[in-house]
Design a protein around this ligand. Structure first.
Ligand SMILES: N[C@@H](CCC(=O)N[C@@H](CS)C(=O)NCC(=O)O)C(=O)O
Length: 222
């Protein structure tokens, strides 16, 4: 059976959504990153980068959410778009994976967790997140889905971070991006996404952001 190394945070949610969409059987392996599980030798053997998600499929191990989504979509020939849409799905998947996702991660870091309050860094990453959502919003004004006319792994990748948008953008959340919000609402109403949200709520992990957590998540600061 597939094993998904998981924490209820944005990047693992993308893969959980795919697996729920295809109604795959999989075992959730909880990695409590706030306690430092990602630095255990057993986990590092799966992902030397010490981050979730990781997928183990028999004797195949894949790490990084975009790699896992591509691996699964290629394996199943699902959610990768039509042949004509393939280039567009790949382009937008990379836009999410190398743009929206890491900028969102850094925005969370500087807005909520940095030991020093650094207005320049806060503004830089927040503005980059907003810029990515503006680009996505323009795309979605003329396209039903991120990659084109079909729901694809590019939408699933976007949904992972959209689910945490309020944590970066504040109470307004995605409301300034009506087309992004439309897609977020549509995906969230799918039964697969609802099952993922239920898993997210039910996963018992550490939430205190104390010294142990700072050392686990930001080890290079020490
Ligand atoms: N590029 C990676 C990033 C993975 C990532 O940053 N995962 C976070 C959870 S969303 C994590 O494992 N954080 C724990 C840590 O950085 O120690 C991906 O898309 O999978």
């Amino acid at each position: 059976m597939l094993e998904l190394y998981f924490h209820p945070s944005p990047n693992p949610l993308k893969v959980a959504l795919y697996l729920e969409e295809v109604q795959s059987k999989y075992e959730l392996k909880i990695v409590d990153t706030f306690r430092g599980d990602q630095h255990e030798a057993e986990f590092l053997a799966l992902n030397p980068n010490a981050k979730v998600p990781v997928l183990v499929d028999g004797d195949t191990t894949v790490f990084d959410s975009a790699a896992i989504l591509l691996y699964l979509a290629d394996r199943d020939q699902r959610f990768i778009g039509t042949r004509a849409e393939r280039a567009s799905v790949l382009s937008w998947l990379m836009f999410i994976s190398t743009g929206l996702s890491p900028f969102s991660g850094q925005a969370v870091h500087f807005l909520h967790h940095a030991a020093e309050k650094l207005p320049y860094a806060q503004r830089r990453y927040l503005k980059e997140v907003e810029r990515h959502y503006r680009i996505l919003d323009r795309r979605l004004a003329s396209s039903p889905y991120v990659g084109g006319s079909n729901y694809s792994i590019a939408d699933m990748a976007a949904w992972g971070w959209m689910s945490f948008a309020h944590y970066i953008l504040g109470e307004a959340g995605l409301s300034s991006y009506p087309n992004v919000n439309r897609l977020y609402t549509e995906i969230s109403s799918r039964s697969a996404a609802q099952r993922v949200q239920a898993i997210r709520q039910a996963t018992a992990v550490k939430t205190d952001f104390d010294e142990e957590t700072r050392r686990s998540l930001f080890p290079t600061n020490y």
